[in-house]
Ligand binder design. Structure first.
Ligand SMILES: *[C@@H]1O[C@H](CO)[C@@H](O)[C@H](O)[C@H]1NC(C)=O
Length: 999
């Protein structure tokens, strides 16, 4: 049923219905009248808003935002007043009536009087409905009523409409302009939403230095911050933040805590949150609504160690509970040492005692309330997870908060036995992180598809009580943050095939783009987050992408350049009022990360060319210097748009990490200068080969194993190499300009750029060699001669042997074909797919490092696993030749780093089978001690992949590789068959040529 709903909402998006802004939710707004619509603003008149004096103050406040939003769109502001019982309101015959069931006497009265059916929302957490009713009040013939089942239900009804009217949740936080319309109408049938999928949906402002803190210091303080803490996060800051959270339909916050204490920084913070309707929590290591370490450092007595200082810590927590008592909270229970495991060896018993004491404090604080009904959460982070796995008991009503590995891979979801706890379970997720293997807090680096893949498991496995995402400095993770909250709001809307439409409709909402341009923005976001997710910008270095194998680095750069060109094209057609929003949300992340990647790759080429003694090293060096300055200029641009509104928001350092922690400044990648006035010992002409880091003529450690007196090189090309050719670099080994010719002695060998100049100003020429395969039978040899006429020097000549192998797959063959001694298969390109028990290997578009990922789907709640060879399977056909004379091949599966999220007795596993041989199984994520991660984990998350090799017997010919499901939640991105030719690279070889049977 929800599918139908999602489909019609989607159709609305695709048809661009009336310019209404919505991302997936059902819509009920239009900008022209119809028979079944109710006017919000018509003929320059805004329909008045009626509320009730006994309404929640937070709803009164949101209603005033609602009135302002109507004015933002139409220029006309509705009047708003409280209804006095029994009277005829002096507003004319129509009204918008807003109220909360059971709270607003106005709404309760109308429900009574009109017999309105509110059973669909009554008692439902945060549900709402809206619709037109007739004769709701004396003198009012028609009203559009907006009813929430509770306080936030009403608030969400209002903001949901505001969004559809044209006010983005990010109108202030990302400067998204409001689209103007003279009139607004709502459908008489209204909009409705039931209880959200996830009860508490929140963000964690963490790692909030330097950007957010420095920015807020300028924006919200006179430069000094709070008296005791120096924090700038006062109620002015939180006023803006709470509104944003509610507009995104979030309800929960872990406040900034590095150098801040929410309850101390500004005594208005806690009551303000409650007034707005935000449930406050504290992070996983800050029990009982007090900040750690800031508040403990200010007010604590003795060590933060319950085994020796229980009474002082107990008293400290009593203050936290009493202080929070008037407000809506989610209490963090448990205890961690200050970022470290607790002292002493009796941790489990001690933690159980601590939680018992904390619950006693809650019982004393709320004497009339059953402690089991007070929202409490225990985050099983790092070592605490270990204690839990070792048998620590957790009270049934406390929500178990599971965490990811800080890199977006959830460590544990509830097992089947854990799913019926009354406290439920939650997930703490990261878009931003400080710690090993490396911080990532500069820029957006999380893929929506990956977030969906992980959080859909949370839905399937009932971890839906609490979701919180660490958003670091808040900007620039705007869209990803909203997706996280939107998916938690209603997981039924989103599936792997319409995730793209999330970003498309987001781009339409933020920039008013036509569908094709919005799709282009979605592609830009998909690419830039892919590039940043497969290697976090903070982890990039000059050799991440291979500088010589598979043209990897240059392909990566070309892709980035294309994304940049596309982002620039969109920017150039946006009106000036859209520029700031587009810069913040799309353009800056593209430009900044493209610049950084270009800088690192250029540094790599500088280093490589220097070692190869080609003077182009200096051009790359200059490029690095210029990109290093450009990187800073982009930061300055961010800080100066809109008269400096976002000054400091890009303060985060991001160039050149020496260890996991951020550098204290940006330093340029290492570069080397070549003495370009001095001629190379072996003369002016330098020759480089593809897939080699050597250089000829003369000695180079990579020219042959011996490293000196190496023979002239041989280059191989076969008929199924994806690039279709080989290149040579003719480079300048010094200041002497030379002209060169490249010639071959074979008619079947084509060379381009055969006749050109190389000089200090054009220090590299590329010569591409390709083959007329129709003229080559089997294996043929040719010689390529490079001859140089050098200024002031004698002529030079250099010869390379070229071997062409014409492999021919059988006519009509369908499948991948070996080229360059490998078969590289993107997992999406399966030949056959066999379901078992309704579970099918299914493609997740835009997921992972290269194209997509396939995973067994659906992830039912049963978490079925299979013995080898019996599970759902997916097959890939490929064809190999005998180029390497090898009957054994190594198949490497490129798998997502995921964790044994069903507990230690369910390690992830996969089975591969070659043809009809016995399948081989790999439990590829080894068990680690409870609460810790496998040894290789840092490498796996740094590279965003786990590679699992298996060796099979596969003589030349046609083969089928079958992947079997063993455990759920395994994602396969790529499969590489090494027939003897595999070369090192970051992403693996480019996809092999696929024969579709017609050639
Ligand atoms: C309605 O009454 C409440 C409580 O007195 C007040 O805070 C609020 O501002 C009033 N609302 C309007 C629209 O007058």
């Amino acid at each position: 049923m929800f599918k139908h709903w999602a489909l019609s909402a989607l159709l609305g998006i695709l048809l661009g219905l009336g310019g209404v802004h919505a991302i997936g939710q059902a819509t009920c707004v239009s900008f022209t009248s119809s028979l079944s619509s109710f006017p919000v603003v018509s003929n320059n008149r805004a329909t008045p808003i009626l509320l009730s004096e006994d309404e929640w103050p937070g709803v009164q406040r949101a209603a005033s935002d609602f009135a302002s939003d109507i004015e933002r769109v139409t220029g006309v502001k509705p009047s708003a007043l409280n209804y006095t019982a029994g009277q005829t309101p002096n507003i004319g015959t129509t009204a918008i009536i807003i109220g909360t069931l059971g709270q607003s006497s106005l709404i309760d009265g109308i429900v009574n009087r009109t017999n309105l059916d509110v059973s669909t929302i009554e008692g439902q957490w945060e549900a709402f409905l809206t619709r037109e009713v007739t004769d709701p009040l004396p003198g009012v013939s028609n009203a559009y009523i907006m009813i929430g089942a509770d306080k936030r239900g009403t608030i969400y009804a209002l903001y949901d409409h505001s969004e559809q009217f044209g006010v983005s949740p990010w109108y202030w936080w990302a400067d998204v302009p409001t689209t103007h319309n003279a009139e607004i109408y709502v459908a008489s049938s209204g909009c409705a939403h039931g209880t959200p999928t996830v009860q508490y949906r929140g963000i964690f402002l963490n790692d909030e230095q330097p950007a957010l803190q420095n920015w807020a210091m300028v924006m919200y303080t006179n430069g000094t911050g709070a008296a005791l803490t120096g924090s700038p996060f006062n109620h002015y800051f939180y006023t803006a933040l709470f509104e944003l959270i509610l507009r995104m339909k979030g309800n929960y916050l872990w406040p900034a805590m590095w150098a801040s204490a929410f309850g101390v920084d500004d005594t208005q913070n806690q009551p303000l949150a409650d007034y707005y309707g935000i449930v406050m929590g504290t992070s996983h290591e800050e029990p009982m609504m007090r900040s750690i370490p800031v508040e403990w450092d200010l007010f604590g007595v003795g060590p933060w160690d319950y085994s020796v200082n229980a009474q002082n810590i107990y008293d400290f927590w009593v203050v936290g509970a009493e202080r929070a008592k008037p407000y809506e909270n989610m209490f963090t229970v448990g205890m961690r040492g200050d970022g470290m495991p607790l002292a002493g060896g009796t941790n489990i018993a001690l933690l159980e005692e601590i939680v018992a004491d904390q619950r006693q404090i809650l019982t004393n604080t709320y004497p009339t309330v059953n402690v089991s009904t007070i929202p409490q959460m225990w985050c099983l982070y790092k070592e605490v997870l270990g204690y839990y796995e070792d048998g620590m008991t957790v009270p049934e009503d406390v929500a178990l908060m599971w965490t990811d590995d800080n890199y977006g891979n959830v460590e544990r979801y509830p097992t089947v036995e854990e799913r019926n706890r009354t406290g439920g379970a939650g997930v703490y997720y990261h878009y931003d992180y400080v710690g090993s293997p490396r911080n990532y807090k500069w820029i957006t680096s999380s893929q929506v598809a990956k977030t969906y893949e992980q959080m859909s498991l949370a839905v399937a496995r009932n971890a839906t009580r609490i979701w919180i995402v660490n958003v670091g400095d808040l900007k620039p993770y705007e869209m990803q943050t909203e997706f996280f909250l939107a998916y938690g709001w209603d997981s039924s809307i989103w599936n792997m095939d319409n995730l793209d439409s999330y970003i498309v409709s987001w781009a339409v909402r933020e920039f008013d783009l036509p569908a094709s341009d919005a799709q282009e923005v979605a592609n830009i976001i998909a690419y830039v987050t892919r590039f940043n997710a497969r290697c976090k910008p903070e982890l990039l270095n000059s050799t991440t992408y291979s500088l010589y194998n598979y043209r990897e680095a240059e392909t990566v750069l070309a892709q980035w350049e294309a994304v940049n060109a596309s982002a620039t094209r969109i920017r150039d057609q946006l009106t000036s009022d859209m520029q700031a929003a587009y810069f913040e949300l799309v353009y800056h992340p593209v430009q900044a990360t493209y610049t950084l990647a270009n800088m690192w790759i250029s540094a790599g080429y500088n280093n490589l060319r220097a070692s190869q003694v080609i003077v182009s090293a200096n051009d790359y060096g200059v490029e690095v210097e210029s990109l290093f300055e450009q990187d800073y200029e982009l930061e300055v641009e961010y800080h100066t748009i809109l008269d400096g509104k976002w000054d400091h928001m890009m303060d985060q350092t991001h160039v050149m990490y020496y260890y996991w922690q951020q550098p204290q400044g940006n330093t340029m990648p290492f570069i080397s200068w070549i003495q370009s006035q001095k001629l190379a010992l072996t003369g002016a002409m330098r020759i480089l080969l593809e897939n080699s880091q050597g250089a000829w003529p003369g000695d180079n450690q990579y020219d042959c194993a011996q490293g000196y007196s190496c023979p002239n090189p041989t280059v191989y090309l076969d008929s199924y190499v994806p690039a279709g050719n080989r290149y040579f670099v003719v480079g300048a080994g010094g200041p002497n300009t030379f002209s060169y010719t490249a010639t071959s002695n074979a008619t079947w060998l084509n060379l381009n750029n055969t006749d050109n100049y190389v000089s200090l100003s054009a220090p590299e020429q590329r010569v591409y060699a390709s083959v007329e395969w129709s003229q080559v039978s089997d294996v043929q040899y040719a010689l390529i001669s490079f001859n140089a006429t050098v200024e002031d020097q004698s002529e030079m000549s250099f010869t390379v042997t070229f071997i062409a192998t014409n492999n021919i797959a059988p006519s009509g063959y369908v499948g991948f074909v070996e080229g360059d001694g490998v078969v590289s298969i993107e997992a999406a390109k399966a030949a056959r797919n066999t379901s078992v028990d309704g579970v099918t290997w299914t493609n997740i578009p835009n997921y992972g490092r290269t194209v997509s990922g396939v995973t067994p789907w659906p992830r039912g709640s049963a978490d079925q696993n299979y013995s080898i060879g019996t599970g759902p399977s997916i097959e890939y056909d490929f064809y190999t030749f005998d180029a390497y004379n090898d009957t054994n091949v190594t198949v490497t599966a490129y798998l997502s780093p995921s964790l044994n999220a069903l507990g230690p007795d369910r390690p992830l596993a996969i089975a591969l089978q070659m043809d009809s041989d016995d399948p081989q199984v790999s439990y590829f994520i080894p068990n680690a001690a409870p609460g810790s991660l496998p040894d290789a984990w840092n490498q796996w998350v740094s590279e965003s992949i786990v590679t699992v090799p298996m060796t099979f017997y596969a003589p030349p010919g046609a083969h089928t590789l079958t992947v079997y499901m063993i455990e759920p939640a395994v994602v396969v991105q790529k499969l590489v068959v090494d027939c003897g030719g595999l070369l090192p690279s970051y992403l693996g070889p480019p996809e092999s040529i696929f024969m579709n049977g017609t050639a």
